[in-house]
Design a binder for this molecule. Structure first.
Ligand code: SF4
Length: 365
């Protein structure tokens, strides 16, 4: 079934590492954007209301929107889609822009999952990456979100300046004690064109080494397992029953439609990408790429092995690849690196850290 992604490209400042489509804009510009989003949703829906089973409002910072604007967006989503019972509805929020009024409004309108951009609970690290919240504000935001929502996820970054293994694990403990149900922990990426990139260019030793990051990642996965979070994707951990259903669509080749600046859709075997500038988006400029079997096969292997869904021998065969002819498969299964259960092959989570190497070895020779 179809999933919906909506991109809100507004933030109240730019973090030093940010390579996402996010901008600081006035309230009038935000209103113009939301009006355009509503039109785009209507144009897609046409006369028929397609059934959807997930909505993900991401950004940027969706919680920055005032209630009157988020209300317009919610109404458009209700009027133009048929919401399946039990639909997963996530909204991303940042600690600075979340309050009781917004949380209560989200809840009344069907949101059932909050994803909070915490990133770190270390004051110096937060300052270093240009976040506008303090550690206390992040903790207060988690507590507030938990007052309204059972399902609260937090994003954390691995590889920040002065990373300390024990301090990082203590942050995980603190968040777990607050009752969160999901953690997404990403390796800090230094993207060209960001402030962080310029700093790293000047001082190559500013950030921890890759080896240090892998060590912390491995200790983190052990810690999260003890705390009852199971790893269902390379960067994602959840209490039982709290895996993000929407994200599975991306990893398992299901259809989704994306609305907004820079948003992507995957529909009828085609990937559609909206323009990443406001003017281009308002003019509905987009690119369309037909995905061929070779690309579909590579995506199936690359994405499937990074999550617990795994890869299917039958699916690969329909895409022209008999993986049982790959000599590396037997070796990886014998060594316990891969698990085989009937049609499905999964990567043992202990080897997520070296998944790129395994994936390359399993691609058609
Ligand atoms: S809050 Fe997120 S999207 Fe906004 S500037 Fe920071 S990293 Fe970028």
């Amino acid at each position: 079934m179809l999933g919906v992604y909506v991109h809100i490209p507004f933030c109240d400042g730019k973090c030093s590492y940010c390579g996402f489509s996010s901008f600081v804009k006035t309230d009038d510009e935000k209103e113009r954007y939301i009006n355009s989003l509503v039109e785009e949703i209507k144009e897609f829906a046409g006369e028929k209301k397609r059934e959807i089973d997930s909505i993900y409002i991401g950004g940027g910072t969706p919680s920055i929107l005032p209630i009157n604007l988020i209300c317009k967006l919610f109404e458009a989503l209700k009027e133009n889609f048929k919401w399946k019972d039990g639909l997963e509805f996530t909204i991303e929020a940042n600690p600075c822009s979340l309050d009781e009024e917004k949380l209560s409004f989200y809840k009344k309108n069907g949101v059932n999952r909050i994803s909070l951009g915490v990133q770190s609970l270390d004051e110096n690290q937060l300052k270093f990456i240009g976040r506008r919240h303090s550690s206390i504000e992040a903790i207060d935001a988690v507590k507030l979100a938990k007052k309204y929502f059972d399902n609260v996820s937090c994003d954390l970054l691995i590889g920040l300046k002065d990373m300390d293994e024990n301090a990082f694990l203590a942050q995980i403990n603190t968040l777990a004690e607050l009752g969160i149900t999901h953690i997404s922990a990403y390796m800090l990426q230094v993207e060209e064109g960001t402030r962080l990139h310029r700093l790293v260019e000047k001082n190559k030793h500013l950030l921890p080494t890759d080896d240090d990051c892998v060590d912390v990642y491995e200790k983190m996965t052990d810690k999260l397992a003890i705390l009852g979070f199971s790893q269902y994707e390379i960067s994602n951990f959840a209490k039982q029953g709290y895996e993000s259903y929407h994200n599975f669509k991306y990893w398992t080749g299901q259809e989704y439609v994306g609305f907004g600046l820079g948003a992507h859709s995957y529909l009828n075997g085609k990937r559609i990408a909206n323009d990443t500038t406001f003017s281009g988006y308002y003019d509905r400029i987009h690119t369309i790429e037909a995905i061929n079997d070779q690309q579909r096969l590579e995506e199936h292997i690359m994405l499937g092995l990074r999550c617990k869904a795994g890869i299917s021998k039958i699916v690969m065969k329909t895409l022209g690849y008999d993986i049982t002819t790959n000599s590396n498969l037997v070796e990886f299964v014998e060594k316990g690196i891969l698990n085989q259960q009937g049609d499905i092959i999964t990567l043992n989570p202990d080897y997520y850290g070296v998944s790129n190497y395994i994936i390359v070895k399993l691609l058609p020779e």
